[in-house]
Design a protein around this ligand. Structure first.
Ligand code: GAL
Length: 434
């Protein structure tokens, strides 16, 4: 119960943080070819960034269910590679600007989806929720992140947790660390990172810009705690405060333990270093679980996972969802895809393969592997906060500004520049929202 109450409070705070005071968006989307019931046939272009590896395996599992449930439709893969949509979001933005929408696209629940709603690029699908009773099968808190002024704009496919450390027990043991007792604080973690570094292995594997933003958000969360972390996104936590500056110093320190080729790697490469025994720790969302599973790694033996030190009891949340874009599209095809996304079969097939947990509430946790069972449990009981790197906390423009500051820091190592870059990003975006 406590978890539920806290969850409601924090998600609502997160909503406030992203300024959900929009006026109702008109629905002037035109569409073609569908009969409104998902039976018209034709092509359905699905735009995601699940283009390779375990992410593509997740998409493939979903497509298989789609083809069983809606054999009249032909799935067209519009995926653009690059973790966290690092390339896809730009491609999508220009397609939407030039009136070339796919039948549906992936969007994160929360502020990112709100961007598309504000730009009038997605349609209200409340009628589908009413017709199919979907409001009863998804958690209310999640639906709030898909809703503006009473209208719902997308269907959630999954829930991911961002604040997870993945570690290789053999590499830890070689450094004299007991894998069964994860560090409880960042300070304890620094001691262990020193030990790994002394043993010759990479202490903390990481990839390019967006994976660094991902690490940064978890350090902010660890040092500030959930309430002040949420305050970063609504202006109630001062980016120039000593607490935030101390967190950014911790982030800078953590980066010293990472691989020097980080700018060339995406998340699968960085996580692979754990699987290959080249690195001890990697901070990544729980789509990493799918990579371990795909390579037959055994949870607890070949790899261990624990909350980023200092964030135990907090679930750094994100959810993918699918939209009905405004424009000249095969609406029946979109509705068929959304029907599969919402169905128990679609959710199960996808989430089993993706490392995520189902957005639907009527799931049998025992059907999921061990790691996902821990995530289901944490989501039910922990304090929920919105992810920065994955569209829940801020509009895309703010995330882009953060990413630029983080990327500059990776190149120049100037922590004062990082601090002022992040404070400026917050000031500029909060001003625009205000
Ligand atoms: C997230 C997305 C996840 C996963 C990850 C890495 O933004 O929500 O489903 O794909 O990026 O690409």
């Amino acid at each position: 119960m406590k978890g539920t109450i806290m969850r409601r409070t924090t998600v609502i705070a997160a909503l406030a943080a992203v300024g959900l005071t929009l006026s109702a968006c008109g629905d002037d989307g035109e569409s073609t070819s569908g009969d409104g019931n998902g039976n018209g046939g034709g092509e359905v272009e699905v735009f995601t960034w699940w283009a390779e590896g375990s992410e593509k395996a997740g998409l493939d599992a979903l497509v298989e269910v789609f083809q069983e449930q809606h054999p009249d439709y032909e799935f067209v893969n519009g995926a653009v590679a690059g973790g966290a949509g690092s390339n896809a979001k730009n491609v999508l933005a220009s397609r939407l600007q030039t009136n070339d929408p796919p039948e549906t696209f992936q969007a994160h629940a929360g502020a990112e989806l709100t961007d598309y709603i504000e730009a009038n690029q997605v349609q209200d699908i409340s009628n589908l929720y009413d017709e199919n009773g979907w409001s009863d099968v998804f958690p209310e808190d999640l639906l709030e992140l898909l809703t503006v002024d009473g209208a719902i704009y997308s269907v959630p496919s999954n829930i991911h947790r961002a604040n997870v450390v993945w570690a290789n027990p053999t590499v830890l043991e070689q450094a004299g660390i007991d894998p069964a007792t994860p560090p409880a604080s960042l300070d304890e973690w620094f001691t262990q990172l020193d030990a790994v570094q002394a043993s010759g292995a990479t202490a903390l594997s990481i990839g390019t810009d967006w994976t660094q933003v991902h690490l940064l958000e978890t350090v902010l969360l660890a040092d500030l705690g959930p309430e002040a972390y949420i305050g970063l996104w609504d202006g109630s936590t001062d980016w120039a405060s000593p607490e935030v500056e101390a967190a950014l110093d911790d982030y800078a320190k953590l980066l010293e333990y990472t691989n020097t080729d980080r700018q060339n790697l995406d998340w699968p490469d960085a996580t692979q270093q754990i699987i290959d025994g080249k690195a001890a720790y990697n901070v990544m969302g729980d789509w990493a679980e799918a990579a371990f599973q795909e390579q037959q790694q055994k949870f607890g033996t070949d790899y261990v996972a624990f909350p980023v030190p200092g964030t135990d009891g907090v679930f750094d949340f994100l959810a993918d969802s699918f939209t009905l874009p405004v424009g000249d599209i095969n609406t029946g095809g979109t509705e068929a895809w959304l029907d599969t996304i919402a169905s128990p079969e679609g959710q199960k097939a996808f989430n089993l393969a993706k490392g995520s947990i189902p957005a639907r509430t009527d799931v049998d946790a025992s059907e999921y592997p061990e790691y996902q069972q821990t995530a289901i449990e944490s989501f039910a009981n922990d304090t929920i906060v919105p992810s920065l790197a994955h569209g829940a906390a801020t509009p895309v423009a703010w995330l882009d500004a953060v990413t630029q500051a983080v990327s500059r820091f990776s190149a120049n190592g100037n922590v004062d520049d990082l601090k002022s870059g992040l404070a400026d990003a917050a000031a500029n975006n909060l001003q625009q929202e205000g």
